[in-house]
Design a protein around this ligand. Structure first.
Ligand code: PGA
Length: 267
């Protein structure tokens, strides 16, 4: 795994947006996996700016979001579909028909998982997946003790996640407790992962994910089995990493090698 430790959230947004834009410039029909939450919003702003400045076009890009609440219509103001439209899709030149969010409003929510897995497979799989991380170590809505071999399915949110996300809801407003989320195996099958994290409240989850044992207790630790994962985090989120200095030291060598010989890992 690569661990890139940067000064602050702005640098995290700039660095991750640069990787996304470089990927799309190399492969215009990139299949990009997207995340909601506060963390990727600044990266989405960078992508919007790059698109407006003509540095990248997203016309052929296809996207798959990680998760959606069960019981909300896509047009609902709290749906993740609305979040994506407002924070990214409406402001870039993407074809909205090329964007997918798991269907949270099916009469039978159990059908959503196989349907979504099939869509991903038909698109040829995900080239680059953006992830945040929960304070409890979740990725997507794969809560602690999720099967490391799980696929897209209905998942019940933990009390921690409901509490963490309550900041987005007004007092008394209905807050869903069920979700449809890509599974951990679905995520492990993506070709490249960028996990973004900023702030001290993510420090323990980041330390467990990178340096802890691989365990369902910290779903993000499953990325230890992923072929090409890059953690892009700020100093605060890195503050509980025991090998922090080593990661910084490694990066200098690696950047030099990649500059000289290119990156043989594909995407
Ligand atoms: P956040 O959420 O970016 O809003 O902190 C991350 C997550 O829960 O995956």
């Amino acid at each position: 795994m690569e661990v890139i430790i940067l000064k602050n959230a702005t640098e995290v947004a700039e660095r991750s947006a640069r990787i996304v834009c470089d990927t799309v410039n190399k492969k215009p029909n990139t299949v990009l996996g997207l995340a909601t939450g506060s963390t990727p919003v600044a990266m989405y702003k960078e992508m919007i700016n790059a698109n407006k400045e003509g540095k990248v076009s997203f016309k052929q890009m296809r996207t798959f979001n990680l998760d959606e609440y069960v019981g909300l219509d896509p047009s609902h103001h709290q749906s993740y579909r609305t979040f994506m439209n407002e924070n990214l899709f409406n402001d870039i030149d993407i074809d909205i028909d090329n964007t997918q969010v798991p269907p949270g409003n099916l009469e039978n929510p159990m059908e959503a998982g196989p349907y979504y897995e099939d869509l991903i497979a038909k698109a040829g799989g995900i080239d680059l997946q953006i992830l945040g991380i929960g304070t409890n170590g979740h990725i997507g809505f794969n809560e602690p003790t999720s099967s490391l071999a799980s696929r897209t399915r209905v998942k019940t949110l933990t009390e921690t996640t409901v509490k963490d996300n309550s900041r987005f809801f007004k007092e008394g407003e209905f807050q869903p407790t069920l979700s449809i989320t890509m599974g951990i195996k679905t995520i492990l099958e993506t070709k490249r992962v960028l996990l973004l994290a900023t702030g001290k409240n993510k420090a323990k989850a980041i330390a467990d994910a990178i340096e802890g044992p691989m365990a369902g207790r910290c779903p993000a630790s499953a990325l230890q089995m992923h072929e090409h994962t890059t953690f892009i985090i700020d100093e605060d989120a890195a503050s509980q990493l025991e090998m922090k200095e080593y990661y910084k030291y490694v990066l200098g060598f690696q950047d030099n090698l990649i500059d000289k010989f290119g990156d043989s890992r594909g995407v």
